[in-house]
Ligand binder design. Structure first.
Ligand SMILES: Cc1cc2nc3c(=O)[nH]c(=O)nc-3n(C[C@H](O)[C@H](O)[C@H](O)COP(=O)(O)OP(=O)(O)OC[C@H]3O[C@@H](n4cnc5c(N)ncnc54)[C@H](O)[C@@H]3O)c2cc1C
Length: 296
């Protein structure tokens, strides 16, 4: 039986700590509840969306006039070299469980806030500290169960997702990931934890920590061979502030909300950066994050 909460502030459910109230808010703790909630949302005639850890999303200050489903599913099952995780499981939990059973794969994503569903939506990736290789979540995906746009549960393989850079089939059709089976490589717990630690150190040296500097990671899409952060830095914008949001001193593609900023501050800063970079270098910066809700 679903519980529908009314007028729930969304800011605490995002890493940006930004977002007004959702008219309806449904927490789901199991895949059965997730399926039920999606069926309800689809039949309600209202706009709706599924929220994972809220690390790649900017929600409007006016909130969301519809149904927000918060994915709190947390089931993990280990079978040989395979781990199956419900779509609300966090990557941090998977690193923890996989290191205990000595299976390697998730540690490359240490320090990135993400649910399994969000990771599949975005094809979660991490450029290795040696800058030689990029690890994509797709490389460890074996299969998944998906709720298709007709409400049917289907078993799919990795190819079904048509993964790209910051892209997957989930961007282009209304399918919901229910759970994913990952195929991992045996390794030692020490080696897995050492790799996770190396990635965390690399991240801490180059990016503002999200606990202290709320953000949603890189705001602008990568431009091959150039780097959006470098263009913003080149335009002299590090530290530039609008309202409670400023361009991080540590990584210029991170716009951090340190002083009670709002979605309008983020978007005003985005537009200022886009105009300044265009004048400075001629490049057009495109937003990477998804904007949802009422921005009026
Ligand atoms: C500090 C910081 C650092 C970051 N660094 C990186 C990085 O190095 N590499 C990287 O790739 N990303 C990075 N990100 C971005 C972010 O972590 C990823 O995009 C992550 O995968 C988002 O997952 P989420 O659960 O928070 O998704 P959300 O933000 O909650 O949702 C994003 C989208 O996914 C959809 N979605 C969520 N669950 C499902 C599901 N079950 N089925 C279908 N669609 C679903 C949502 O509806 C929404 O459209 C960073 C973010 C932060 C805050």
């Amino acid at each position: 039986m679903l519980t529908i909460e009314r007028s729930v502030q969304l800011a605490p459910y995002t890493t940006y700590h930004i977002g007004g109230p959702a008219d309806q808010f449904i927490r789901v703790a199991s895949t059965d509840e997730l399926v039920e909630a999606i069926a309800y949302a689809r039949s309600s005639g209202l706009p709706w969306f599924l929220l994972g850890t809220g690390a790649n999303i900017l929600i409007g200050d006016g909130g969301f006039r519809g149904v927000v489903i918060h994915n709190e599913t947390a089931g993990i099952h280990v079978d040989g070299n395979r781990i199956t995780a419900e779509s609300g499981v966090t990557i941090a939990n998977l690193i923890n469980v996989a290191s205990k059973v000595e299976l390697s794969g998730f540690e490359h994503f240490a320090g990135i806030p993400s649910s399994v569903g969000g990771a599949m939506w975005q094809n979660l990736h991490f450029l290795a500290p040696d800058r030689e290789s990029t690890f994509f979540i797709e490389s460890i995906v074996d299969s998944a169960r998906v709720l298709d746009s007709h409400g049917k549960i289907v078993q799919v393989d990795r190819d079904w997702f048509a993964f790209g850079y910051d892209d997957s089939r989930l961007h282009h059709e209304e399918a919901i990931v229910l759970d994913v089976t990952f195929l991992l490589t045996p390794s030692s717990r020490e080696a897995i934890l050492a790799q996770a630690e190396a990635n965390l150190t690399w991240r801490a040296e180059r990016q503002p920590p999200v606990e202290e500097f709320p953000s949603c990671g890189s705001v602008f899409k990568k431009i091959d061979g150039v780097g959006a952060g470098r263009l913003i830095d080149g335009a002299g914008l590090k530290g530039y502030r609008i309202g409670g949001v400023h361009v991080s001193e540590k990584h210029a593609n991170f716009l951090v909300n340190t002083d009670g900023g709002c979605a309008k501050d983020v978007l005003d800063l985005v537009h200022h950066i886009q105009a300044s970079v265009k004048v400075d270098s001629g490049y057009d910066l495109e937003m990477e994050i998804r904007c949802v809700g009422d921005f009026s």
